[in-house]
Write a protein that binds this ligand. Structure first.
Ligand code: GLP
Length: 262
């Protein structure tokens, strides 16, 4: 894992966006896995700016979102499809035919999940998976004790997650208890993964993810086994890391040929 720390939220979002931009510029038909949540807002704003001001071209990419709420209409104000439209898709030149979500309205959920896996395979697999992290260590909606080999499937949300989501839905009772999410195994199959975390409330789970044991109790810790995993943190999210000075030093001393930020 490479841990990259910047002091401000704006700076870490800019750096994370540069990594995504490099992927898209290197391979215009990249398959990108997108995440949702408040952490992604700054990253997507920066990607939209790169499109607007630096001609970052989204027209060739395929997008696969990590997860969606079961039986929630795409037009619902809290759907992740709607989130992506509002924060990214409507601001860039992405081809609507290349936007993919798991089919949460399907009458055959198991078939919808294996179909999602097939669609990812058909376009050659995910080149870069973007991730946020839940306070209990979920990536996508892989709650604690998720199988580290899991594929796209239905998950029932942890109550803590439902309480976190209640601020969007108005009340806990309005939050759908079930979701379709890529599995940890699906995420691990991506060629590259990047995780973005911001704020003090993520500091403890980031410590467990990066420096703790690999365990299904912290699904994000599986990323320690990924060959190309970058963890982008602002200073607050990094504050509990034991080796924080080393991560900063190592990043500053990267050789030029390894850098994506210049
Ligand atoms: C949701 C999403 C995750 C996201 C997490 C953190 O549970 N399914 O993909 O990483 O929220 O969200 P936030 O960035 O709002 O803290």
């Amino acid at each position: 894992m490479e841990v990259i720390i910047e002091n401000s939220v704006q700076d870490i979002c800019k750096l994370a966006a540069k990594f995504v931009a490099k992927q898209i510029r290197t391979k215009p038909e990249s398959v990108i896995g997108f995440a949702t949540g408040k952490t992604m807002v700054g990253l997507y704003r920066e990607l939209a700016r790169l499109h607007e001001e630096e001609a970052l071209d989204f027209s060739g990419i395929y997008s696969f979102n990590l997860d969606e709420f079961v039986a929630l209409d795409a037009d619902h104000p809290c759907s992740y499809r709607r989130f992506m439209e509002e924060h990214l898709f409507q601001h860039v030149n992405i081809d609507p035919d290349r936007i993919c979500f798991p089919d949460v309205m399907s009458s055959d959920i198991a078939a919808a999940c294996s179909d999602y896996e097939d669609r990812i395979k058909k376009v050659g697999g995910i080149d870069l998976q973007i991730l946020g992290i839940g306070v209990e260590g979920h990536i996508g909606f892989n709650e604690p004790t998720s199988s580290l080999a899991s594929r796209t499937r239905l998950k029932t949300l942890a109550q803590r997650t439902m309480h976190e989501l209640a601020r969007h839905f108005g009340s806990v009772d309005s939050v759908p208890a079930q979701v379709l999410t890529m599995g940890v195994g699906t995420i691990m199959d991506s060629s590259k993964v990047m995780l973005l975390a911001i704020g003090q409330d993520k500091a403890e789970i980031i410590r467990k993810t990066v420096e703790g044991p690999i365990t299904g109790l912290v699904p994000a810790s599986a990323l320690q086994m990924h060959q190309v995993a970058k963890v982008f943190l602002n200073d607050e999210a990094a504050q509990s890391l034991t080796l924080k000075p080393y991560y900063r030093w190592a990043y500053e001393h990267k050789p030029d040929w390894q850098r994506f930020d210049r």
